[in-house]
Design a binder for this molecule. Structure first.
Ligand SMILES: Cc1cc2nc3c(=O)[nH]c(=O)nc-3n(C[C@H](O)[C@H](O)[C@H](O)COP(=O)(O)OP(=O)(O)OC[C@H]3O[C@@H](n4cnc5c(N)ncnc54)[C@H](O)[C@@H]3O)c2cc1C
Length: 396
């Protein structure tokens, strides 16, 4: 046992851990953050330059307050540090399909997004195909039956910068940050948890595990049954000159067929880059952190262009100038798990990915810190409890 004692240890300093560490340190909690790499890094789920953020969250009503608060926090962090974290370029969600569509396990994503925006009073425009083509010529190929949701308040955040900024502030507020340290085991007692790593054992009264795709291997049951790691590929395709895909265009989600994989999403070119980041989603096969294939092949680039761009998006050339591999850690219902460990109550588990967690991360970190300090959080996280898997079908 070591004499290194903390009130809280945060294990994993990606999107969720960096936000939590910062919020705890800001509140004066004696906290340590531990990561196996040196965040921000490109080995987990939080790299690749950009993440979409939107206030109307078609995945479910429980998310709307989270993203609203997260967007405020990004702005507060920008004001405090001068970092540029949130680009409010708008977001365009479209359905252009002869058949029903699905996204993150949610049917008719555009319609659900629209109806949530109406319910929550979020500024938006409902667009038909003609309006989409007139306003955004890069989407001229959409079907005549296409529908669109445009939210001017959405856009993208810069994940690496968000993580770096929060870690830096956490450090300034007194948090200890241990990088290059892999936690190998958690030994929970009534009043404390011993945290094993290759060098030493740390002790904390409470542990928050936000280890992304490594959550299951660190925690075992029931997380090894609930979490699937799915390999995702990011592509930066070259733009045609002169581009009809301008820097000042919105982020987008385009559902064009019946399954979650008949969908692409993308971003306007970043300043100075003549390429557009685009991706689709893969859920059909699972992998492990160790087995993850980290290279994207030329065949995968060609298939992406053929299935997700040709006839769907204009102004993009077939050459991928850059690629990356990232992972979704997916729960059975595509929603998050943010809850106490079922048998070790002084361990909180945060698995807020399923491919849509970043936009909420700043607010999740704040809510977790409030739970530690105040005993409860202003935002309601109960929709993300583990209980729903015991009870059967979940509604979020
Ligand atoms: C391709 C892709 C696109 C996405 N697009 C969007 C989007 O547009 N909008 C959106 O809102 N969300 C999006 N997401 C989801 C979002 O990025 C994730 O929800 C979020 O980044 C997950 O953060 P995390 O903290 O859970 O995991 P990570 O960021 O992976 O962090 C986990 C950390 O734990 C550390 N760690 C693991 N095991 C240990 C250990 N044993 N000891 C010490 N440290 C450990 C790792 O090194 C890592 O730093 C996307 C995800 C991907 C992969």
């Amino acid at each position: 046992m070591s004499d290194l004692n903390y009130d809280v240890a945060v294990i994993g300093l990606g999107a969720m851990g960096a936000a939590t560490l910062y919020q705890l340190a800001k509140r004066g909690v004696k906290v340590v953050g531990i990561d196996r790499f040196t965040p921000p890094h490109d080995q987990g789920s939080s790299h690749g330059d950009t993440r979409i953020t939107r206030q109307a969250v078609g995945e479910g009503d429980a998310y709307a307050p989270l993203v609203r608060r997260a967007q405020q926090i990004w702005r507060e962090l920008e004001a405090e540090t001068g970092a540029e974290l949130f680009e409010q370029c708008g977001v365009l969600v479209m359905t252009s399909s002869e058949t029903a569509t699905s996204h993150h396990g949610t049917a008719d994503f555009t319609e659900r997004t629209l109806s949530q925006a109406r319910r929550y009073g979020i500024d938006h425009e409902a667009l038909n195909a003609e309006q989409i083509r007139a306003r955004f010529p890069q989407f001229a190929p959409v079907l005549d039956s296409a529908t669109g949701y445009f939210e001017a308040g959405g856009g993208y955040v810069r994940p690496e910068r968000c993580i770096a900024t929060q870690l830096q502030l956490a450090h300034q507020h007194g948090a200890e940050v241990l990088t290059g340290v892999t936690v190998t085991g958690l030994d929970a007692h009534a009043d404390y948890v011993d945290i094993q790593n290759s060098g030493t054992t740390l002790r904390a009264k409470r542990v928050i595990v936000s280890a992304g795709m490594w959550n299951a291997e660190l925690l075992g049951a029931p997380f090894d049954r609930l979490l699937r790691v799915c390999r995702q590929k990011l592509y930066w395709f070259e733009l045609a000159q002169p581009s009809i895909f301008p820097e000042k265009s919105p982020t987008f989600i385009l559902a064009h067929g019946p399954t979650d994989e008949d969908l692409c999403y993308g971003f306007p070119p970043l300043p100075g880059e003549n390429c557009m980041k685009i991706a689709t989603e893969h859920y059909s096969s699972a992998t492990t952190p160790q087995a993850l294939e980290r290279e994207v092949s030329a065949e995968e680039c060609a298939e992406m262009f053929r299935t997700q761009l040709v006839g769907k998006i204009a102004g993009v050339l077939p050459r991928a100038v850059k690629t990356a591999v990232c992972t979704y850690t997916v729960t059975p219902d595509f929603h998050f798990i943010i809850d106490q460990h079922p048998t070790r109550p002084n361990i909180t588990v945060v698995s807020a990915c399923s491919g849509h967690g970043f936009k909420h991360s700043a607010a999740i970190g704040e809510a977790l810190a409030q739970q530690v300090v105040d005993g409860h959080s202003e935002l309601d996280l109960s929709a993300f409890s583990l209980e729903r898997f015991a009870a059967g079908e979940a509604t979020v």
